[in-house]
Write a protein that binds this ligand. Structure first.
Ligand code: M6R
Length: 609
């Protein structure tokens, strides 16, 4: 999730404006920054790795000449956060500059093809292929305009993008386009802007044109022209007046980052499902070879590991040990050796307990694999192989979108390993893969259709003193995660157990009206879970159930229920089933008068042991 910006102004220098606008987009990514302007028929570029303020201190981002330019603040997806990978990227001749937010899925094939034609690449990014492909297309079609050539180029690009392109060949234009990554155009008095998000230009203008998927826009001081990429046909669209405050704009109109991030999950999942195959394959090879695999993490990331242990076992027949990182050294430190493999999962890649476990295992020559959201984090530096989960920056302290992305990566790994080991029939594999692809839509439907219901549930139970969260099988992980969310955001003491374990002690807490949340997908555990619901009801518990649509049996037993679309395989069920629990924590926090983005005593990244 990077941020792009571009502007043309009638008078004055574009660079300081780009710099300030990128600052307002820094919440979208902050590992590198860059700007390009056009002046006297030449491109001028400054870029480097580091936060905007750090780079500005060393390089002075404001002194690039020219009244037209583009800029980028980066959240690395392809290639480490190094200067060479920072945007803008240029073609061989330095005549085309491109900034990009998204993932070019077919970049490897395109790069090979372009290298075959003599193009020389500088970076390890997917974006650079766009600059070279535009160059190639311009060479082959010298009579076409820059916008026409960019259209030609984008017809060959698969994946997601919001791009902005400038070239001294047409020094008074910015060409921008979008597919599955956000892009808005701002109409000022004597200036035009394009950006990933409205906050970038909101202090400059509140007149915005929202660009849709598959559209390309040409910006010039004469105005804007929108065309469909597929057909080149013109699109007419009226601007909207944005009445958000700057604070509301950063949150995209949502009252809190947590809610925004819950709603972002379909988009994040789409990105997570676009992981580069060779990293998945490489990690799968390591997992396949391992004698023992520990899945090590803290908090929400640990719950992803717990769910993953079911995925690996069910799909690939691989036994893995999920371990809470702070316990790892005491529990397994002595037995870890050269044959051990540690898959460390950490959104931030900086959690001290996780890194301590990883370091202890490294000292005993274990193989370290990493799954993280932050390329360039310590975890990526100490891992033999790492995968970036592609969730984009998460600002709410409560992990939401990063949890479901982690699960989606781990599911892909488990599926690959299953394939490699030949453990699952082709039909089952096809079914699960098809459902995996559908998850963004399923999650979208859950958020859309169940949010109001969850809001009512939060209202009804706002004064509850305690909650039980129960699930069986992989839903145990979902129950643990639901409980963590409710505790950390709404400060409701909660207890989570595998449902089967509740009768071994915790059930003694249950009395009339005690709220128990059951996670009940219609998987192999369904019948037994119904037995557990009956046990709880017999003792006066109030039942809130997260069920599959049309699960009449549980509906009859439950006092309240939330429904998830039918047919999600058990190994994927935590992804949609956790959504109502995230929403419940959020709305309970509001009901109880707390700020969900700033829970007391917590930090986003816990860098002390
Ligand atoms: O950055 P990490 O994934 O390593 O962070 C681990 C935990 O600190 C984190 O998940 C924490 O539990 C969150 N507050 C959960 O919402």
């Amino acid at each position: 999730m990077c941020g792009i910006f571009g502007c043309i102004i009638k008078e004055g220098a574009a660079a300081p404006l780009i710099h300030q606008s990128l600052k307002r987009l820094e919440y979208r990514g902050y590992d590198s920054v860059g700007e390009a302007t056009i002046h006297e028929g030449k491109l001028h570029i400054k870029k480097d790795s580091g936060k905007i303020d750090e780079v500005h201190k060393i390089r002075n981002l404001d002194d690039l000449p020219g009244n037209i330019g583009i800029g980028h603040t980066r959240w690395a997806t392809h290639g480490a956060p190094l200067m060479v990978n920072a945007h803008p990227h240029v073609d061989c001749e330095g005549q085309i500059a491109v900034v990009h937010n998204g993932i070019v899925e077919n970049f490897a094939e395109l790069k090979l093809e372009l290298e075959g034609k003599g193009h020389v690449f500088q970076s390890r990014t997917d974006t650079e292929v766009i600059a070279h492909l535009i160059e190639e297309n311009l060479k082959n079609n010298p009579s076409l305009s820059l916008a026409e050539v960019v259209i030609e180029t984008l017809r060959r690009i698969e994946g997601s993008y919001a791009i902005a392109v400038i070239s001294p060949k047409e020094p008074d234009k910015i060409i921008c386009a979008r597919n599955e990554s956000p892009l808005v155009v701002g109409l000022g008095e004597n200036a035009l802007y394009c950006a990933s998000d409205i906050p970038a230009f909101l202090p400059l203008t509140n007149k915005a044109v929202i660009i849709e998927d598959g559209e390309l826009v040409t910006l010039s001081l004469e105005g804007i022209e929108i065309r469909k990429i597929a057909t080149s046909s013109l699109v007419m669209r009226e601007p909207k007046i944005i009445d958000w405050t700057p604070e509301m704009a950063v949150k995209h109109g949502y009252p809190h980052f947590m809610l925004k991030e819950i709603h972002e999950q379909p988009v994040c999942l789409r990105n997570t499902l676009r992981l580069q195959e060779h990293y998945l394959d490489l990690m799968t090879t390591f997992l396949d070879r391992a004698r023992e695999v520990f899945l090590v993490a803290c908090g929400t990331s640990y719950h992803a590991c717990l769910a993953a242990s079911y995925m690996f076992s069910k799909l690939a027949f691989l036994v893995t040990y999920p371990v809470i990182a702070s316990e790892f050294v005491e529990q397994h430190g002595k037995s870890v050796n050269i044959d051990s493999t540690i898959l460390a999962v950490s959104q931030s890649g900086e959690t001290a307990d996780t890194l301590a476990a990883v370091n202890a295992a490294r000292q005993r020559a274990a193989t370290i694999l990493g799954l993280t959201n932050v390329i360039g984090s310590t975890l990526t530096r100490v891992s033999r192989v790492y995968i970036s989960q592609q969730s984009g920056p998460e600002i709410g302290v409560a992990a939401t979108k990063t949890f479901t992305s982690q699960l989606a990566v781990l599911a892909q790994l488990a599926l690959r390993l299953a394939k490699k080991r030949g453990k699952v029939s082709q039909d089952e594999m096809d079914f699960i893969e098809a459902k995996l692809k559908k998850l963004p839509e399923i999650v979208e439907a859950v958020v859309k259709n169940q949010e109001e219901k969850v809001k009512d549930i939060a209202k009804k139970y706002r004064d509850a003193k305690v909650f039980f969260f129960l699930g069986r099988g992989i839903s145990t992980a979902t129950a643990y995660e639901g409980r963590l969310k409710l505790m950390e955001i709404a400060y409701v003491p909660s207890i989570a157990f595998p449902a089967g374990e509740s009768k071994h002690g915790p059930i003694s807490l249950v009395e009339q009206g005690f709220p128990v949340i059951f996670i009940c997908p219609k998987d192999e555990t369904h019948k037994t879970v119904i037995g557990n619901i009956m046990e709880m009801k017999a003792r006066g518990a109030t039942i809130i159930a997260v069920i599959e649509e049309g699960d009449e049996e549980v509906k009859r037993l439950a006092d309240d229920y939330v429904e998830i679309p039918k047919g999600v395989p058990d190994v994927l069920s935590p992804i949609p089933f956790v959504i109502p629990l995230q929403l419940l924590a959020y709305y309970m926090a509001l009901e109880r008068g707390y700020d969900p983005d700033k829970p007391r005593n917590l930090a986003k990244s816990v860098t002390v042991k």
